[in-house]
Design a protein around this ligand. Structure first.
Ligand SMILES: [Zn+2]
Ligand SMILES: [Zn+2]
Length: 364
């Protein structure tokens, strides 16, 4: 017991090394820019003041968003996703996977779940003993299930997920701006040192390194930032970009995409004045996400309804998430439908499957 505990403590301490490295580089960059460049190298007072104001603006926003990304605890599934005690005991005693699935299906009827495993089963984490909400994944580094998990980032020693994805994007944006600003303003002094237009002092080396480090970080952050902006536009997590989520109608990489504007609002919120601030404004609770068939958009709902068979009501169509979206915990009628659907899970008629497929295609 004790050696395992010591090993875990060592692992946790070592995990902070990349964060400490970044913090040291940032502290040095602050000293090199403010003291060595602005105070000792730049002769013009006006230029010094303008550089200092913009530098501190980017520096504060960068440190603020980095801090929030590191210290925002990843969001975990709520208690309603845990199996009730008797069911959990039955699940643990049960040896046959099909019987375990039966227990999970019954427990999941009251939960808002649209995604399944590749084999069509309920997603369950044996480690955390919890039914995984849509877009939730288990992080082995954090040893917990994380809502809308994107990836585990060693540079922030934290999981990037529902609770801090906006902070992570802003951290990338401000670190890019910080590096770009440093590289752009240092460039002329970098050239002057090389052409011997400035005295050969110790500031020379700080300015040289400042330019190289800023340019190097710029290039690496730019590619990561562009990729995450693309993911935000598509409403996809990094995990979903590599492995498309599986819905009842099959896997669909655009399953959570609601259109560019709504996808942005999912992460950054409705109010544009908060978009650039590392304050939590993401939409939803991290447990339930609208799929592109489930939207508050009346027009979209009308389109979906029209494309379903006229003889069937919206509620009666198996696999239709429209009915379920309105309530997180489903009504008793819907629960009955869900159980019936599970029992006939693999016996969808071609006509029913087609109805769903047509609806999906019409959105693209
Ligand atoms: Zn887990
Ligand atoms: Zn993690």
């Amino acid at each position: 017991m004790a050696p395992t505990h010591v090993l875990r403590c060592c692992q946790r301490s070592l995990a902070w090394i990349p964060v400490i490295f970044i913090a040291l580089v940032v502290c040095w960059s602050y000293y090199a820019y403010v003291v060595e460049l602005c105070v000792f190298t730049i002769p013009s007072i006006g230029e010094q003041i303008v550089y200092m104001i913009f530098f501190h603006l980017f520096f504060i926003m960068f440190v603020w968003s980095y801090w929030k990304t590191i210290f925002t605890h990843p969001a975990n599934p709520s208690k309603e996703f845990c199996l009730p005690k008797p069911e959990k005991e039955r699940y643990e005693k049960e040896e046959r996977p099909e019987n375990q699935q039966e227990i999970l299906w019954r427990a999941a009827t009251s939960l808002p779940l649209y995604t399944r495993t590749g084999a069509g089963a309920i997603r369950y984490c044996d480690r955390c003993q919890v039914i995984k909400p849509d877009r939730c994944h288990h992080c082995s580094a954090c040893d917990m299930c994380v809502l809308k998990m994107d990836h585990h980032c060693p540079w922030v020693n934290n999981c990037v997920g529902f609770s801090n994805y906006k902070f992570f994007i802003l951290f990338l944006a401000y670190s890019l701006l910080y590096c770009l600003f440093i590289a752009a303003t240092v460039l002329q002094y970098f050239i002057k040192f090389w052409t011997n237009e400035l005295p050969d002092t110790h500031a020379k080396f700080h300015v040289l390194f400042l330019f190289f480090v800023a340019a190097m970080f710029c290039i690496s952050i730019l590619s990561l930032f562009s990729y995450h902006l693309w993911l935000v536009g598509k409403n996809r997590s990094t995990i979903e970009a590599f492995r498309a989520p599986v819905f009842r109608a099959g896997s669909d990489k655009n399953g959570f995409s609601l259109g560019f504007r709504k996808n942005i609002a999912q992460v950054f919120g409705d109010q544009k004045k908060y978009w650039l601030l590392p304050i939590f404004t993401s939409q939803g609770d991290g447990l339930l996400f609208p799929t592109r068939l489930v939207s508050a958009d009346v027009e979209q709902q009308a389109t979906v309804t029209l494309q379903q068979e006229p003889s069937k009501s919206v509620v009666d169509v198996p696999g239709s998430p429209v009915s379920e979206s309105q309530n997180r915990l489903l009504s008793s009628k819907q629960k009955t439908n869900n159980i019936a659907e599970h029992q006939e899970n693999n016996s969808h008629t071609p006509a029913e499957s087609e109805t769903i497929t047509i609806s999906i295609e019409s959105e693209s």
